[in-house]
Design a protein around this ligand. Structure first.
Ligand code: G1P
Ligand code: ZN
Length: 544
């Protein structure tokens, strides 16, 4: 084997965001671009000789080519073994599962999650550590620092290897194990949930499920687990064949993008449960027949019903939610007498809490839920969780949610996204808003008094690390909240996210329209940040 050292020049834009490095495919196709980032990652990790790495991605355009590049660089850098999903495929949760199961040193996941794919779409790469979770900030920062000073990378001049057959091979002395991407994950799921009860439920004549894989990675997982193992009717999984361009779609499971599923679930003969997952399989949307479940409610309801699930029957150690996620889960934690945590946006902030057993369930408003079974959010896991609840409670999704509101109150909740706005306008909007914060506390708006207005800063209770500047929170005395933050995952201009929440414990007022109920607060948000005036936008790009 000949190890080659290739001279390269640093790119200035390789700072990993909340979910790794995400750029247009065309950016990744620049000479040395991917190589620089991979070598920077290896350099940041220090001595990687002899380690095992898991490698896989969501199957989008450039996935396999990137994996071939990474494998050669791994071999040249002394990695002892690479565990690779067949055809380069591994959903993000499956990658996390595999890293943990085989005690790998870490993993490289190729994905840009729900962002559109194809030659003109996006690509992404992220490093996960040995606990199976996204690298914490000290590592992503070290990668970025390395990327700023890199001057050479190592590779070998071997041919590409075949990723299509399960089994062992070697590449220039490095063992390469091609694994079935589904089986380890399926085995983990079978150990968490009551498959017998779910099977019986799915066999009931009047029970139907529709799972929309949105032409992305979860197709093979959902087909194997839901249809083959649990006996859901053939065809329950729709758009189940992963395509490199995700069928030209936008595989983000929400009411806007999961159109086909929404049509099925809001029709007269809708099945009992509808669900969708995103490009890399870590997000989920849950819908009952003619009934949408907000992700924030989903987390709270899962927590309140966790005792019905074999893996969680002995109770939860705590519940963690990202700051903009509604406070519904906090009420469940309080009721259960367990810890609740409010973390910055991004799954990586849950890692320490899960490792230290300070939280068992975690969730984000952005259609992400997960638990201590892995260190990523997990789309199909959430669907199985709901199926297991339905199997035990024998009620409809709507009944379960409404009973939850009656018991805990309802947190009306919406998120308004303003996508692709000018970056400078977005920055100015946020900084002007921040300047206003000191004057806001005590003011009365929309009939409610502001009790705090701050820029969220989080101190990790496990390692005491501080993450500041995580979004502007405006809290009212009655628990209502308005939150503003800029997306860390967009690839075009800036995306402003405005999150609005209002609590209602009067069960007579829990059946109202969300946007109408929140209209006054939505107007307050616009006034506070001058959104319309600054951006020229009169309506958000996406409302969830
Ligand atoms: C978005 C979501 C966030 C999630 C992240 C990765 O990040 O809001 O909850 O963790 O994608 O899936 P954002 O674009 O808001 O920074
Ligand atoms: Zn995702």
């Amino acid at each position: 084997m000949t190890i080659m050292s290739v001279t390269t020049a640093a790119f200035t834009d390789q700072r990993p965001g909340t979910s790794g490095l995400r750029k247009k495919v065309t950016v990744f196709q620049q000479a040395h671009y991917l190589e620089n980032f991979v070598q920077s990652t290896f350099n940041a990790l220090g001595n990687i000789e002899g380690i095992t790495l898991v490698i896989g991605g969501d199957g989008r355009f450039y996935n396999e080519q990137a994996i071939q590049t990474i494998l050669k660089m791994a071999a040249a850098n002394g990695v002892a073994k690479a565990i690779v999903g067949q055809n380069g495929l591994l959903s993000t949760p499956a990658a996390s599962c595999v890293i943990r199961k085989y005690n790998a040193f870490g993993g490289i996941i190729l994905s840009a999650s729900h962002n559109p794919a194809g030659p003109d779409g996006d690509f992404g790469i992220k490093y996960n550590i040995g606990n199976g979770g996204p690298a914490p900030e000290n590592i992503t920062e070290a990668i970025f620092q390395q990327s700023q000073v890199i001057s050479e990378y190592l590779t070998i001049d071997n041919d590409d290897i075949s990723l299509s057959t399960v089994g062992s091979q070697t590449l220039a002395g490095m063992a390469v194990e091609i694994i079935d991407p589904v089986s380890d994950y399926a085995e983990l799921m079978a150990g968490l949930f009551n498959f017998t009860a779910i099977k019986a439920l799915l066999a009931e004549a009047d029970f139907g499920i529709c799972f929309d894989a949105m032409h992305a990675i979860t197709g093979p997982y959902a087909k194997q687990i839901l249809e083959n193992q649990l006996g859901a009717a053939a065809g329950s999984v729709i758009n189940g064949i992963p395509l490199t361009d995700f069928g030209q779609g936008h595989p983000d499971p929400n009411l806007t993008y999961a159109k086909e599923l929404v049509e099925v679930m809001f029709s007269t003969d809708a099945p009992t449960l509808g669900a969708a997952s995103d490009g890399d399989g870590d997000r989920n949307m849950i819908i009952g027949a003619n009934f949408f479940v907000t992700p924030s409610d989903s987390l709270a309801i899962m927590a309140a019903n966790a005792h019905l699930i074999p893996a969680y029957k002995n109770g939860l150690s705590g519940i963690a939610r990202s700051m903009p996620t509604s406070q519904a889960a906090d009420r469940v934690a309080e009721h259960l007498g367990i810890e609740s945590h409010e973390t910055p946006t991004g799954w990586k902030f849950f890692g320490n809490l899960l490792d230290a057993d300070r939280a068992t369930l975690c969730g984000e408003e952005s259609f992400g839920t997960g638990s201590n079974h892995i260190r990523e959010k997990d789309g199909l896991w959430a669907v199985l969780f709901w199926l297991n609840i339905l199997a035990e409670r024998k009620q409809s999704v709507a009944e379960i949610v409404q009973q939850h509101w009656q018991k805990f109150g309802r947190n009306y909740y919406t998120r308004h996204d303003y996508e692709a706005i000018d970056s400078q306008i977005a920055k100015d909007l946020m900084s002007e808003l921040e300047n206003k914060l000191p004057t806001l506390t005590g003011q009365t708006l929309a009939g409610q008094t502001i009790s705090y207005a701050d820029n969220f800063s989080y101190t990790d209770p496990v390692d005491n690390s501080v993450s500041s500047n995580q979004g502007i929170r405006i809290g009212f005395g009655n628990g209502d909240r308005i939150i503003f933050r800029l997306s860390g995952t967009g690839t075009q201009g800036a995306t402003l996210r405005v999150y609005i929440e209002s609590y209602q414990d009067d069960s007579d007022k829990q059946q109202q329209d969300t946007q109408q109920t929140l209209a006054e607060l939505i107007q307050v948000a616009d006034d506070l940040a001058d959104i319309t005036k600054r951006t020229g936008r009169t309506t958000p790009t996406v409302i969830t």
